[in-house]
Design a binder for this molecule. Structure first.
Ligand code: LLP
Length: 430
């Protein structure tokens, strides 16, 4: 559920008319609802708590989904931790007020410098994905005179049944330690004085709409945890990653947090471990929309195009994953009469710059505003400046207030980052 709905025929974000935001900040812009972020966090936390009574759990919001400081702060204020995958994300999490003891560091390519920063901050856990990474972490920790808290990310060889580009739990994927090699790497780690083994980690992919793969993966984690304990290791944390899918199609069924939480309980609930979760999309996805205006309505040979002021550089998901984002016009459409079919496209010079093909839309004219829904996760964070299109604004609404939480980038600023080499400047050539 989100807080985007019509009042008096006009789209509102919580208490604020979308048109008011558009008039003040212009389009395109990302618009987020704080109430929706809070709601999603609480639904997830509530489901986990009621299905797993007496089990400690920490939600480490996966900030790659939407790492705006204001978004992280909304969640930090609810007690969220963070899952980070770079030194930059670590900095963002700390700056937004996430306590280091609630930060886990994931990713296959952590550098020594990033490890140093995370150890200095005192994070909760490194999710280590390879032997070479373990060796570097051990060396960095040793040089700092500290112990690095480590969980190994296990590759359970489970098909997440999601888009191939965001599926991470099969043996052929670059992620995690092969299941059959897990006991061996724990044995190696136990012998390293600067490493403290604290847990097991798994993340099999994103936008899972079928819960069965979670059950298979978590069952493997439980099996491994018992084996590791038999081997004499202390396993206190189980990190189950993120991945819970959201509805991108209005009114479509989607996996329920309650059912997910019940699977958690069935598979790992009996192990006496603290549980860690890394949801990203299910918190932020449907808490944000991409607000855009129609520049032109163009009649092609056999189809109509709505040419929007947002493009693939602002929201890459349709071009990259063939993702579907529903359309919500600012003016509430009366009824289905007068609707037409059109392609929704951006101004970028690629046919791939298409948000929707042959979709049903109400009559729209140049200047009309509409939103692409479910754009709160993996929207702004994946934007680029392709075609020298500056990064767009991000707006946070909270009740009857709204604020720009990232101003629209300026084109001069963007070009101003380029430098001519000395041999091209007048001084040198003259
Ligand atoms: N933990 C780890 C280790 C991850 O790699 C990810 C996402 C998450 C947690 C959060 O997963 P979520 O709960 O959001 O599904 N750009 C793609 C999604 C990439 C997901 C990458 N990893 C998209 O737009 O669909």
């Amino acid at each position: 559920m989100n807080h985007f709905d019509y009042r008096n025929g006009h789209l509102h974000v919580e208490e604020v008319p979308l048109a008011t935001i558009a008039a003040e900040v212009g389009t395109p812009a990302y618009v987020y609802s704080a109430a929706t972020l809070r709601r999603h966090y609480k639904v997830f936390a509530g489901a986990l708590a009621s299905a797993n009574p007496g089990v400690n759990h920490t939600i480490c919001y996966s900030i790659k989904a939407n790492s705006n400081q204001a978004v992280i702060k909304v969640l930090a204020d609810l007690g969220s931790g963070a899952d980070v995958v770079s030194g930059g994300e670590l900095k963002r999490a700390l700056l937004a007020g996430i306590p280091p003891e609630k930060i886990v560091f994931s990713g296959v390519g952590k550098t020594a410098a990033e490890m140093r920063a995370a150890l200095a901050a005192g994070i909760r856990q490194f999710n280590v994905e390879s032997e070479p990474e373990l060796a570097v972490l051990a060396e960095v920790a040793l040089s700092m005179g500290v112990k690095a808290p480590v969980a190994f990310r296990i590759n359970p060889d489970v098909d997440a049944e999601t888009h191939a580009k965001i599926s991470t739990g099969k043996a052929e994927n670059k992620f995690g330690i092969p299941f059959d090699h897990a006991r061996e790497i724990y044995r190696l780690a136990a012998a390293l004085p600067s490493i403290e083994i604290v847990g097991v980690d798994v993340h099999i992919g994103s936008q899972l709409t079928n819960l069965a793969p979670f059950e298979s993966a978590f069952a493997r984690v439980a099996e491994l945890t018992s084996a590791l304990r038999e081997d004499g290791h202390t396993i206190r944390n189980i990190d189950l990653g993120g991945g819970l899918g959201i509805p991108y199609v209005r009114n479509a069924p989607w996996p329920q947090p309650d059912a997910y939480a019940a699977i958690v309980n069935r598979t790992v609930g009996h192990l006496g471990c603290d549980l860690i979760f890394e949801p990203g999309r299910m918190i932020a996805g449907n808490a944000g929309m991409l607000m855009t205006s129609v520049i032109y309505v163009k009649q092609g040979t056999d189809r109509r195009f709505l040419i929007l002021d947002a493009a693939m550089n602002d929201l890459i998901r349709p071009a990259m994953y063939d993702a579907h984002h529903e359309i919500l016009p600012e003016k509430q459409p009366d009824d289905r009469s007068g609707w037409d079919r059109a392609d929704l496209v951006g101004p970028v010079c690629e046919t791939g710059d298409t948000f929707a093909r042959d979709c049903e839309v109400p009559q729209m004219a140049s200047g009309d505003i509409l939103c692409l829904e479910s754009a709160g996760a993996y929207g702004a964070v994946m934007a680029s400046t392709y075609n020298t299109r500056p990064l767009i604004a991000e707006i946070l609404v909270d009740g009857d207030r709204f604020a720009t939480v990232r101003p629209r980038e300026d084109v001069d600023q963007l070009i101003g980052r380029d430098r001519l080499p000395p041999w091209m400047t007048d001084d040198e050539t003259g």
